[in-house]
Design a protein around this ligand. Sequence first.
Ligand SMILES: [Ca+2]
Ligand SMILES: [Ca+2]
Ligand SMILES: [Ca+2]
Length: 316
Amino acid sequence: MIARAFLATALIFGITSALVPVSTMAETCRDGARNSDELARGYRSAVRDLSNACTNKTDAECLSAEAALDAALVALTAQNSTLKQDCVATAPPPPPPGSAPKPGNLVITEAMVNPNAVLDTSGEWFEAFNATSVTLNLKGVTVSTNAAGCTIDTDLIVQAGAYVVIGRNANQNTNGGVSVDYLCPALALDDVGAFIAIRYQGTIIDTVSFVGFNGVAGRSISLDPSAQTAVLNDNINNFCSASTQTQLPGGDFGTPGRPNPTCATVNFCASDTNCGSGQYCNTTSQQCVAKSPSGGTCVASNQCLGGVCSSNFTCQ
Ligand SMILES: [Ca+2]
Ligand SMILES: [Ca+2]
Ligand SMILES: [Ca+2]
């Protein structure tokens, strides 16, 4: 009986080699194994069963086992066909490019903390810059803001020297016309004193705090391009309100996803607190302009350099 089992074993491999050419079984499968490996396991199992079936058995019993094995081979051949199709259809995609960010690799460059065209719950966003010479993948990065934040749970690729925009609402029809790269509905940026932190695996990549910045509704807070580092954006004086040349489709101002313009010599303002000494805020043009010296003519009560304007708007 043992001799017959060996004969049957040789027959099995002879038959299966003819039925299933090795060259058709080389595709990588979904589980990382190969077709040939999976089939080989099936064959080994079938041979083991046959050896056991023929041990101390009659010829008739062994022939019966062989018949059962023939049926098993037919099933294995069909399985190979299925596996092959499965493997072709589910070949794993190549891994996405990009490195995880390290401290300073990302720089927060701009934020819309107080949109005017839409509600804050629809129109808040911030922008970050890839300050490295390599592609970054932000998957796993955690964003913290004043009230809440989010963890980026998909591949988010940012090319070297490019910008990424993370926003509260990705619908450009309802967010002021901003193209958002990653939706973070829990984002919440206080109009005054907004705070943003980007971390990867608990390590801070960059933070900004807008405490002390008197922003203007409808204008993003924009970092001067000369200060585009994770250290220099800690100085609130390196930011300015977005200029009039950067109007978004919804009517507000900013450059989401694009380089920031140089902070102009014109300071945009909402009130006198936005302006330096010797200036006041012209609320019509939203620009800081020089106050009138004593004896000059005023057009507003807060325009006088030395004091207040009289009722006939002469600076006293
Ligand atoms: Ca806000
Ligand atoms: Ca910083
Ligand atoms: Ca920008």
